[in-house]
Ligand binder design. Structure first.
Ligand code: ZN
Length: 342
């Protein structure tokens, strides 16, 4: 069973690794790489461009064992954010030049690439920190193949507020989109760039819906089962269904269950509980996977992309039929993106 995944952070991992990114991607290091993808049936996914404050691997320690979580980050200066963002876009281009991935900007390329021996990459910007109020960097990123954007990571930008990565509250933690944020979304719409609401506040989420866009959360779970600000309430999951959007199951232990946050420990059964609830409320046509590989602590049984078949096997054991498994594993994302990319 081939998988198309809603979110990975391989590009920022490769940038932080600081070597030749093409050679690095050929090695079985990290959670998404060529050998793990081949072993796990990963055919493609959203590849995030993300601007860390320092060029070093993300420290998950604040996210394991019931810690205080991560407060909402302060704004990152546009120029400082542009360096990693454009370098990671460059890494995607190098991987494409080497024939390892295709940067997919239309439905035909996506469909062809997904069944090829290259990974189908939809370029995503996770937090628009590198874009100024003139929105000019957006045009440059679009020309490089960007087709998905989250206005914020869990950090404040000139476009809006994200949610802190915090337990015990839903996503209603602060203001939504600013006037600049609304202009950004309108420009993304003109350019054919999808808006991702993962990391946005609840207010921001509803404002994206009010703009008439399908509500998409590429890597967020059901709040009913894991009371974290990063997750989606049932009202949000219903709106995703009603607007023809998508929710991608995030594998991060800390977002799967309340116990996962407390202990840093979770397993495949927690993924299945989440999928049951997400399907019940958002519908079986509007749910997919959004692993967060290379960006989060992973549960037992699915440490990296090479172990994706364990999740598929768990779906079968849980009683999901092949048609439903295919929808969750790739069909729903590919169908949504074929409309979006055109
Ligand atoms: Zn994220």
């Amino acid at each position: 069973m081939q998988v198309f995944d809603g979110h990975n952070d391989a590009l920022s991992r490769l940038w932080c690794a600081d070597g030749d990114p093409v050679e690095e991607f050929r090695q079985p290091k990290g959670q998404v790489n060529l050998p793990h993808a081949a072993a796990g049936g990963l055919g493609g996914g959203f590849f995030a461009i993300y601007s860390p404050r320092a060029r070093q691997s993300f420290d998950f320690s604040a996210l394991s064992g019931g810690g205080a979580g991560l407060p909402l980050g302060e704004r990152m200066e546009e120029g400082a954010a542009a360096v990693p963002a454009f370098a990671q876009a460059g890494i995607a281009m190098r991987l494409a030049e080497a024939g390892l991935i295709d940067i997919c900007t239309d439905a035909q390329t996506l469909a062809r690439s997904f069944v090829s021996n290259r990974l189908a990459c939809v370029l995503h910007l996770e937090g628009a920190d590198c874009i100024g109020p003139d929105l000019l960097a957006l045009d440059a990123l679009h020309a490089m193949g960007l087709r998905s954007l989250g206005p914020v990571w869990s950090r404040r930008t000139i476009f809006g507020d994200g949610v802190p990565i915090q337990q015990g509250t839903d996503g209603d933690t602060g203001p939504g989109l600013t006037a600049d944020g609304k202009r950004l979304i309108a420009r993304c719409r003109e350019l054919g760039i999808m808006i991702d609401t993962s990391h946005l506040t609840m207010k921001g989420f509803w404002e994206v819906g009010e703009a008439g866009l399908p509500l998409v959360a590429t890597h967020s779970n059901a709040w009913a089962l894991a009371h974290n600000a990063r997750n989606l309430t049932d009202d949000q999951l219903r709106a995703i269904r009603e607007t023809g959007g998508m929710a991608g199951l995030n594998f991060a232990t800390v977002f799967l269950s309340d116990a996962g946050w407390e202990t840093g420990d979770a397993g495949l059964e927690d993924c299945l509980s989440q999928l049951d609830h997400m399907i019940e409320i958002a519908g079986e046509d509007n749910v997919g996977l959004g692993s967060d590989f290379d960006g989060a602590p992973m549960p037992n049984g699915i440490a990296h992309a090479g172990e994706l078949p364990n999740l598929i096997a768990a779906m079968r054991t849980h009683g999901y039929g092949e048609a439903l498994i295919a929808k969750l594993a790739h069909e729903n994302w590919l169908s949504f993106l074929s409309h979006h990319l055109g």
